[in-house]
Design a binder for this molecule. Structure first.
Ligand SMILES: Cc1cc2nc3c(=O)[nH]c(=O)nc-3n(C[C@H](O)[C@H](O)[C@H](O)COP(=O)(O)OP(=O)(O)OC[C@H]3O[C@@H](n4cnc5c(N)ncnc54)[C@H](O)[C@@H]3O)c2cc1C
Length: 347
């Protein structure tokens, strides 16, 4: 007689804005609490294409827990279902819903939790419909009752009432949860988990939606003039595409992007980011200066910076002389390396 399969609580891994939006990790933490009450395992379900950006050596012999798989395990997952394929590089509603449906029909989880992000709010109902089960949207609380059912607390009737909803018959029990509802558990690199690679189905239908272009929309954390960290880029970044990396770096550092005049004139970024005589005055704790020569019209507006890190391929550039730390390197390559390094370290 085969051993009975352990019950499972699944958390869908929404890692697009991982460093800003920690809802996946928050859900893993809550899932851990709930799993203890129904003797279940916690599983993260990850669809995507991370080979380029994420060094996920959780899959290697000697994991140091970087990347999305390692992060999921270190934050509470016992098991990770992973489909890693170039076709999944961009989030695609239809494909993701189909993958989730197939996997859930095969593995039969007890509960599926999904972050109520823009994507999650669209994705979860589609999955629920495919699995012919209920879904409580935008939960602000999750508990397990005496019967072992998931009690899903969600605002209803325009927020005038708070409803407690259970799904007694259909499986899985499904909920989306607002980001910030639960605290995440601290990263624990000593945790170990199982990784189940799920191949992309061969009969996956052609995508009906064609992605023409995608672009990170810079998130303004604070005003450039007040930012504690400013990541400034100049012509030495090389191109608009490479310059865009600075926005990612600034997000990771909770900072803002600044730019020199040629860069603004070349339309690599908007005029709002111009630092200098014709633009904004900045006085951050840390100023990064990537590929900037250090003309007076620019530097006059950053001399209030406490600590300056300059990256330039020319060691004699004025900006390098003004900097506390001067790094002789290709600006774009250094920026990419810094982003990767930070992603490995931020928990
Ligand atoms: C009236 C007036 C007002 C102005 N107001 C402003 C202002 O408000 N703000 C402003 O910024 N400018 C202003 N300027 C323009 C200013 O004089 C400079 O031309 C400008 O700041 C230079 O920008 P930059 O450093 O990006 O470009 P560049 O001077 O062309 O310098 C590019 C730097 O990138 C380095 N580099 C090249 N390739 C690489 C690489 N692959 N990796 C690393 N480094 C590399 C180069 O060694 C160089 O140091 C003004 C000018 C005038 C006349």
């Amino acid at each position: 007689m085969s051993a009975q399969k352990k019950r499972a609580i699944w958390v869908f891994g929404d890692y697009r804005n991982y460093f800003q939006n920690r809802v996946t990790l928050q859900l893993l933490a809550r899932a851990r609490d709930l799993a203890g009450k129904i003797d279940a395992e916690v599983c993260a379900v990850l669809f995507g294409y991370w080979s380029e950006e994420w060094v996920d050596d959780a899959l290697s012999q000697n994991p140091t827990f970087c990347g999305v798989v390692g992060e999921s395990i270190a934050h509470g997952a016992d098991k990770v279902y992973l489909t890693d394929h170039p076709r999944l590089a961009a989030y695609r509603m239809e494909t993701y819903a189909l993958l989730m449906e197939r996997l859930a029909k095969r593995e039969k989880p007890e509960i599926i939790l999904i972050g109520a992000t823009t994507f999650g709010r669209e994705f979860a109902p589609r999955v629920a419909q495919r699995l012919k089960t209920g879904l409580t949207a935008d939960c602000i609380g999750l508990e397990i009752n005496e019967e072992g059912l998931l009690v899903q607390t969600a605002p209803s009737f325009g927020g005038n009432l708070v409803a407690q909803i259970v799904t007694p018959e259909c499986r899985p029990q499904m909920a989306t949860v607002r980001p910030g509802t639960f605290p995440e558990i601290p990263h624990d690199s000593s945790r170990r988990g199982e990784v189940v690679r799920v191949p992309l189905p061969k009969d996956l239908p052609e995508d009906r939606v064609r992605l023409v272009r995608s672009e990170r929309r810079p998130q303004r954390v604070t005003k450039l003039e007040d930012a504690k960290v400013v990541v400034c880029g100049g012509r030495g970044m090389g191109s608009k595409k490479k310059f865009a990396k600075l926005f990612e770096l600034a997000e990771l550092l909770n900072g803002e992007v600044g730019a020199t005049r040629p860069v603004v004139y070349a339309d690599w970024t908007d005029h709002e980011t111009l630092v200098g005589q014709a633009g904004k005055q900045v006085r951050p704790q840390i100023l990064f200066s990537f590929g900037i020569s250090g003309a007076i019209q620019h530097t006059a507006a950053c001399n209030g910076a406490k600590f300056v890190i300059a990256v330039n391929k020319n060691p004699n550039a004025t900006m390098m002389k003004l900097a506390d730390v001067a790094i002789v390197a290709d600006a774009s390559q250094f920026c990419t390396a810094l982003i990767q390094g930070l992603k490995r370290r931020i928990r």
